[in-house]
Ligand binder design. Structure first.
Ligand code: WT7
Length: 655
């Protein structure tokens, strides 16, 4: 295959500053390279050592890795543990009175909860679940707002060995129904309503609607957390109030001791085609990955105030809200609302008010906050911050530099963390204090993660050439299968032509001459311009580097001669331009890209809009833009689209 061409030139480099280095967990290059060497030298011993160090085992394992049933790997297989025990009981000794969660509601009310209180609430609720006859291995759907209760629900499932599947509160009844049916869940945990940006969004009624659809007889119970007290329809057979369920329940609940491989949760991820995949994670391997990465990448300290802004409906909210922070005994922020309510300073105010040290968010949030008030962070005291993180998509260098200078005041390293729902935890990310940063690069694989870039036959490509991102050896936190569809798991992630048992991530990437990894986008999105294969990321970065542009997405449109031409959808920082003005700006931007990265990357067409079609986790849905770019009718599934109204506007945007 023709490898993917890399055209982005980014030469800025940011060395770790001395103050940060002086306090970092991995103090120097030597510690770091000795970890990498240890992993390369004896891979299984390396993970075995960490698993003994980080996890409290009920019964220790005797074998680290079983690869006999490739690609269904087993880790620490005969070990016995409980994940909730590792997150809660282990903190009773030293952290009992430490704040586990600082919850800030949409309207700004604050609730603090200590480790002891959280432990008691999880025990009570777990006993409540048991009283409904919910047992080890049963599947439970959680459809809740960001709340302490959502974490309690997840932890309580883990405590009794039930397998949770969290469905993001923004999903429709149809998506919820699909997940209820696919997991054959026996219970749904929800809330009457959720509050986002001052608006109430009914949740229980969506559950009711999903349960009137076909094939849901196996759902015996719906448990409702009362968030606002709004009226709900009541089904006397299956509905139970959360507060009534826990009344009189004992506040001790013996954990269900499970094997290391027992499924902890299923989380659905929608690929660009096909029905959503129920990604199934293990107990021990998953927990280990989440903990170790928290220590290394977030440089976690017991004095930190940690804030990951992700919803628990995404993997980021599983690993870095519901599990790793608790297992590490951290104090963390959980925020119910949205970054722009009551105004675009909300994130900065929360950081100031709670003295947040570690802030982890997505590039889409950063870009929208730049658009809505790039000067706002300056009005808050952000001096408590010591580390910033980014996740979810490539962060374009301009947004990176703004995040670094304006939010982090050139003091805080940015950890750009590449990973996926399937990998469970960070895979490629800088070790802060050790690795010098390049804006837009997620830098190097973590110790024990054997990442590489290969062509379609599985051969490694030269530095500077783009290709397919793979991980060459199994690692503990990798998903175990797709729920109910092991063949799809095998075919999607371990296709035979890649060979050598590599995990195929589905992203295109390149390594530069210093060995830094640069993610170029999803393989499905690669453009083919006059025989050159280009990733979307670099062209989009070039567009966003123009001072007029807030966001951009590029797609290919078939062309008789060139194969494909580039169509760019652009959101300006100001209002969308019209008529002559739009034409002028389009010319200016085409010339700009041509100058920044070369004529080959010059968008043939530019279309302006007030926004881009995004999934609810903030990912741009390029497949919809491709359809619009071609002028075709949209017939695809748009149930995961956050802002459907934008499609009509973009359809009319040709200039
Ligand atoms: C896909 C995974 C990882 C948790 C949230 C998303 C893209 C993710 C980065 C990054 C470049 C990134 C990849 C990946 N992605 N992080 N730091 N740099 N791209 O989880 O929904 O499973 O999406 O998100 O394309 O494959 P997900």
């Amino acid at each position: 295959m023709a490898t993917i061409k890399s055209i982005l030139q980014e030469n800025r480099i940011f060395k770790p500053n001395d103050n940060f280095v002086a306090q970092a967990n991995l103090l120097n290059k030597k510690d770091y390279s000795s970890l990498c060497k240890e992993a390369e030298g004896n891979y299984e011993n390396f993970w075995g050592r960490l698993a003994r160090e980080y996890i409290q085992w009920r019964k220790p394992f005797t074998r680290v890795l079983d690869e006999s049933n490739h690609p269904f790997f087993k880790w620490f297989d005969d070990g016995v543990l409980n994940v909730s025990y590792n997150c809660l009981d282990r903190n009773l000794e030293c952290n009992s009175d430490k704040t586990a969660i600082i919850f800030e509601s949409d309207e700004g009310n604050i609730t603090n909860i200590t480790y002891r209180e959280l432990y008691l609430r999880v025990c009570q609720f777990a006993n409540g679940l048991r009283s409904l006859n919910i047992k080890k291995g049963d599947r439970i759907i959680i459809y809740m707002p960001m709340s302490i209760e959502a974490v309690v629900a997840m932890q309580a499932c883990a405590r009794i060995g039930a397998i949770h599947s969290v469905v993001f509160g923004g999903f429709s009844a149809k998506s919820l129904h699909e997940r209820i049916v696919d997991t054959a869940a026996v219970a749904v945990i929800t809330a009457d309503e959720q509050m986002r940006g001052g608006k109430g969004i009914l949740l229980k009624s969506v559950v009711d609607k999903a349960l009137t659809m076909s094939n849901t007889d196996f759902v015996n119970s719906v448990i409702i957390y009362q968030r606002t007290g709004t009226h709900i329809e009541w089904n006397s057979v299956r509905d139970t109030w959360w507060h009534q369920l826990i009344t009189d329940k004992p506040d001790y609940c013996e954990p269900e001791w499970v094997s290391a491989e027992h499924p902890l949760f299923i989380l659905y991820t929608s690929g660009s085609t096909g029905k959503p995949k129920g990604i199934q994670h293990s107990s021990a391997g998953y927990l280990l990955g989440a903990m170790v990465s928290m220590k290394w990448v977030f440089d976690y300290k017991s004095t930190d105030i940690f804030w990951c802004t992700a919803d628990v409906g995404w993997i980021t909210g599983h690993s870095y809200v519901a599990y790793a922070p608790l297992a590490m005994g951290a104090t963390q922020i959980i925020f119910e609302g949205i970054p722009t309510f009551p105004d675009a300073g909300r994130f900065w105010k929360i950081i100031q008010d709670h003295r947040v040290t570690t802030f982890y968010t997505a590039p889409t949030a950063i870009r929208s906050l730049i658009k809505l008030g790039s000067e706002l962070p300056g009005q808050y005291d952000l001096s408590s911050l010591r580390l910033l993180g980014s996740v979810g998509e490539p962060i374009n260098p301009e947004a990176w530099v703004w995040y670094y200078e304006v939010v982090g005041q050139s003091r805080c390293p940015i950890v750009d963390t590449w990973w996926q729902t399937e990998t469970g935890c960070h895979m490629i990310a800088p070790i802060p204090g050790v690795v010098s940063l390049k804006p837009g690069s997620c830098t190097f694989p973590l110790p024990g993660i054997m990442a590489a870039i290969v062509d379609e036959t599985g051969h490694e490509v030269e530095n500077g050439e783009g290709g397919l991102l793979v991980i060459k050896r199994p690692f503990p936190s990798l998903a175990r299968t797709i729920w109910g569809n092991p063949d799809r798991f095998k075919n999607t992630y371990f296709p035979e032509d890649i060979g050598n048992k590599y995990y195929l991530a589905g992203d295109s990437a390149q390594c530069d001459s210093d060995g830094y990894f640069w993610i170029m986008g999803r393989v499905d999105d690669v453009l083919n311009i006059s025989g050159h294969r280009l990733g979307t990321m670099e062209i989009e970065s070039a567009l966003v580097a123009n001072s007029l542009v807030a966001e951009a997405a590029v797609v290919g449109k078939p062309h008789e001669i060139k194969g494909e031409i580039i169509v760019a959808f652009v959101v300006l920082k100001g209002p969308s331009p019209k008529g002559e003005n739009a034409k002028q700006i389009a010319i200016e931007l085409r010339n700009w890209v041509s100058k920044e990265i070369g004529p080959i990357a010059k968008p043939e067409e530019i279309r302006f809009g007030d926004n881009l079609p995004k999934t609810r986790s903030g990912k741009i849905m390029r497949r919809l833009l491709r359809t619009i770019g071609r002028g075709d009718e949209i017939t695809q599934d748009i149930s995961t689209l956050e802002n459907p109204a934008i499609l009509e506007q973009l359809k009319k945007s040709a200039i």
